[in-house]
Design a protein around this ligand. Structure first.
Ligand SMILES: Cc1cc2nc3c(=O)[nH]c(=O)nc-3n(C[C@H](O)[C@H](O)[C@H](O)COP(=O)(O)O)c2cc1C
Length: 329
């Protein structure tokens, strides 16, 4: 065993936690390989959502979220990471190469974040506002990645968000490819990928979230009688709009979700309005710069209650390939 590189158990543990990351429609479009102490992340285009995500932007965002989860997991396991993003250039599916060095000294907040990986889930019910004692969304600088911006939208922005949601709902209603795709991925019992009914809001709950994606109605239980959604919405954007920016935006999205979860807030990513050109332009007007909107997150409070069953994931062994070390000659 070489003490300078993590053993297989450690890598499996870190990848297992990384794969708890959110992904569009729970498609989990990632593959990992581990060889000679180096972990590589690839996007898996066989799980591309051809209709909702033809440019593969959300596919790369999802991989970016997994990459950030991996960094959080590695730190808690006392390994520092050095990441080479897009080592083969903009057009390759090879999104990151990760090298490890031993000796990270995790602080208690790092353990809070790793606990948040296990607790986080997308909650599509209406929220009460984030309580003031969480301090959220104050530590925004923690969530930034180079070239990304995280903007807290004011209540006035909800009119634009509502109008953008209406626009996409109207266009998507008669888009049979989109409807077939969303019904394939969501709303029925699934073993490894997709969104089961228990993770989707009921029709009554959804009716109170005027800025949410329109999914098939689900069966998510709630101790609350739903009232109007009063979440805070944050917008993750980037300076430019290439793959490297999408990857960083996914990392920032993951940081927002984990920081919010760590202070016991409920979260839900939203991209129905950023995946469609005209509504994305409407969202761009909410930015203080001329940036590129990548994803929104609803953040708020729900009644304390049992955590729902986690959404399924592919077995780690089906997304992690380990290549034996080359013998030293
Ligand atoms: C790039 C991206 C886009 C997403 N878009 C939406 C969305 O528009 N609406 C929504 O309710 N959830 C959205 N999600 C959340 C996923 O549906 C969710 O992460 C996935 O189903 C796994 O469930 P979990 O987050 O509870 O683990 C998105 C997640 C990612 C990473």
């Amino acid at each position: 065993m070489d003490p300078r590189i993590p053993d297989l158990n450690t890598v499996r543990m870190a990848v297992d936690l990384a794969c708890r990351a959110p992904s569009v429609h729970n498609s989990q479009p990632w593959q990992w390989t581990y060889s000679d102490g180096r972990l590589d992340l690839f996007s898996d285009r066989s799980r591309l959502l051809e209709s909702a995500d033809p440019s593969a932007r959300q596919l790369v965002l999802s991989c970016g979220a997994a990459l950030h989860h991996l960094q959080v997991a590695a730190t808690a396991l006392k390994w520092s990471t050095e990441i080479d993003r897009l080592p083969m250039g903009e057009h390759s599916n090879h999104l990151a190469s990760i090298r490890f060095s031993h000796g990270a000294r995790p602080a208690s907040h790092d353990f809070d974040l790793v606990a948040a990986i296990r607790r986080r889930h997308s909650d599509r019910r209406p929220f009460a506002p984030p309580s003031a004692d969480t301090g959220f969304p104050a530590p925004l600088h923690e969530m930034l990645r180079p070239g990304t911006r995280v903007t807290v939208l004011d209540q006035g922005a909800r009119t634009v968000l509502g109008a953008a949601t209406e626009l996409t709902a109207a266009v998507r209603r008669y888009d049979s490819a989109y409807q077939t795709e969303i019904h394939w991925w969501t709303g029925h019992t699934v073993d490894t990928v997709g969104i089961p009914p228990e993770a989707l809001a009921t029709a009554e709950q959804s009716a109170h979230v005027e800025i949410g994606r329109r999914f098939p109605p689900g069966t998510r239980t709630s101790a609350d009688t739903p009232g109007a959604d009063r979440s805070t919405v944050v917008l993750v954007s980037t300076e430019a709009d290439g793959r490297a920016d999408w990857l960083r935006a996914g990392e920032a999205l993951s940081a927002v979700l984990l920081e919010a979860t760590a202070v016991r807030l409920a979260t839900c990513p939203l991209t129905h309005v950023t995946e469609f050109g005209r509504s994305r332009e409407m969202i761009r007007t909410l930015l203080p710069d001329d940036g590129c909107p990548q994803a929104l997150v609803r953040i708020g409070t729900t009644a304390p209650e049992d955590r729902p069953k986690p959404t399924p994931r592919l077995p780690t062994d089906s997304v992690l390939t380990v290549t034996a070390r080359r013998p030293v000659r």
